[in-house]
Design a protein around this ligand. Structure first.
Ligand code: NAD
Length: 469
């Protein structure tokens, strides 16, 4: 049974006791249950099985939450989770074994190693927009590294959260990897507990709350946050491909993607061409009435719908602009000649509205980007190598994708994360394992190998002869 309080939906059948959950997980960790490689691999294999066995239920839950289309669930939730888990399983022995860094002459006779230790009991808090992947991808790294994990899905995607709460315990050890559900009240209680690491994905403002709570116990954190990710287009770019690639990145999940292009910077000439091809591209993507398309999701809650609709007044809308409260539908909307002081340019949009800010040249674009918070992603559409390098070297962002959108996040050898207000820390592939691993430096010295006479120079009494270089 669910109770709706405002827009937060909480499972009230099992009131959670965070202290108990964390206490049990800590006991299991201290017993060493999660450390053997065999145990970690079994859990990771079970996680793959959870996703594969329950594909239909996952599709249904995400449809219920916000009509997420099947292809988007398969490509951006299910496949990345399975791929990431299999990658960890295949590399686990190699990642977990002690590293032996190259020694200098001074330590030639010593053992010099870096042990890959799990932190202990970690907390993973996910966001609602990719409610399966944003929870399970970090969980995979945390399990692989040998930690116990308290798994906290988002309350704004209640069907997916409930699915994980109900089914994950059939696959993962429920004491080592408990699922904790809840909204602000329950999460506030959970954050009072002492964790050994916290991995949070969500808004910058809640990230600050999490950071503050973690600081009370000096708990290290990864914060995967958001921000306004710009797309710069110059007149050398292939405009038809640019339009399609930007609109694809903006329209998946109805713009509710942390690295969706938030706004465009281009000259008026490029703006005109963009608008001309955008209508055609949207028609190709979604047919004559996007509302009837099964390939376009809805806005997650009434609050977010209202927030987005309230951004529209005062905009010069060139494409789209329709919306319908009943099922929280907003069509892809492009606004031109947007004033940088308009409300739409003050915060991350996180919806299908795309403002274009006309600029005169690349230097204006660089200044525009650098006067704002550091973005999570920067998109550059240009065939001019020198200009691409200029933007790359003169701006700071979590990541960059040139002549496409979103895809840099799918490359497992590229760490994914923000900088400044868009986040701290990163993950994906081995980086996730390293995130949840304490690199413990170990020096092992033999009693016999080095004559004590040589070692004795460090002992008092000190003398100038002992420090003569
Ligand atoms: P959300 O509402 O799902 O919140 C994220 C988590 O924080 C949830 O587990 C939620 O229960 C918890 N939470 C919410 N309010 C809280 C509070 N007051 N105190 C304690 N816990 C609280 O997600 P959101 O914040 O709406 O997510 C959207 C934002 O996340 C966007 O800014 C987006 O850019 C960002 N995001 C970033 C990434 C990334 O990888 N960097 C990925 C997805 C989303």
């Amino acid at each position: 049974m669910y109770s709706r309080t405002g827009e937060t939906v909480v499972d009230i059948t099992t009131p959670p006791d965070p202290a108990k959950i964390v206490h049990i997980a800590r006991d299991r960790f201290e017993e060493g249950k999660t450390k053997p490689i065999k145990f970690r691999k079994k859990q990771l294999n079970n996680l793959v099985k959870f996703v594969q066995d329950n594909e239909d239920a996952i599709l249904e839950a995400l449809y219920q939450d916000f009509r997420k289309p099947k292809q988007e669930v398969v490509c951006y939730e299910i496949v990345p989770v399975v791929k990431e888990a299999k990658h960890a399983i295949n590399h686990l022995e190699e990642w977990a074994k002690p590293e032996k860094p190259k020694k200098s002459l001074v330590n030639l006779l010593d053992g010099v190693m870096v042990y890959n230790d799990p932190f202990g009991v970690v907390l993973v808090m996910g966001a609602w927009n990719y409610p399966l992947a944003l929870v399970l991808m970090p969980v995979i790294g945390a399990i692989a590294a040998g930690n116990c994990v308290v798994i906290k899905p988002s309350d704004l995607s209640p069907a997916t959260s409930q699915l994980m709460y109900k089914l994950l315990p059939n696959y993962l050890d429920p004491e080592c990897y408990p699922v904790y559900q809840g909204g602000v009240k329950e999460t506030t209680e959970l954050l009072k507990e002492k964790f050994d690491y916290i991995f949070y994905t969500g808004s910058t403002s809640v990230g600050q709350i999490v950071h503050k709570a973690a600081n009370r116990h000096l708990t290290p954190v990864t914060l995967e946050l958001g921000g306004k990710s710009p797309a710069y287009i110059d007149n050398s770019a292939d405009i038809t491909k640019t339009v399609k690639r930007i609109l694809w990145g903006k329209c998946i999940n109805s713009g509710q993607t942390c690295i969706a292009p938030d706004y465009i910077l281009c000259t008026k000439e490029v703006q005109d061409k963009f608008v001309k091809y955008a209508e055609k591209a949207l028609l190709e993507f979604y047919g004559s009435d996007i509302k009837d398309s099964n390939d376009y999701s809805r806005i997650i809650t009434d609050r977010h719908f209202e927030r987005l609709v309230n951004l529209l007044p005062g905009l010069k809308i060139a494409v789209g602009g329709r919306y319908e409260q009943k099922d929280r539908f907003i069509e892809p909307t492009i606004a031109i000649d947007v004033n940088p002081n308009h409300a739409i340019m003050q915060e991350e949009i996180f919806g299908p509205i795309l403002p274009i800010i006309p600029i005169n040249n690349i230097d204006e674009a660089i200044t525009f980007i650098n006067r704002r918070n550091k973005p999570l992603a920067l998109y550059i559409f240009s065939t001019r190598k020198q200009d691409r390098e200029k933007l790359l070297s003169k701006t700071s962002s979590g990541g960059v994708c040139v002549n496409d959108t979103i895809l840099h996040a799918s490359v497992d050898v590229l760490p994914f994360g923000g900088v400044g207000t868009s986040g701290m820390g990163s993950y994906h592939g081995k980086k996730t394992f390293d995130t949840f691993t304490h690199k413990k430096s170990v020096l092992v010295r033999d009693f016999q190998a080095i004559p004590e006479k040589i070692m004795a120079s460090r002992y008092p009494p000190y003398s100038n002869s002992k420090i003569s270089l």
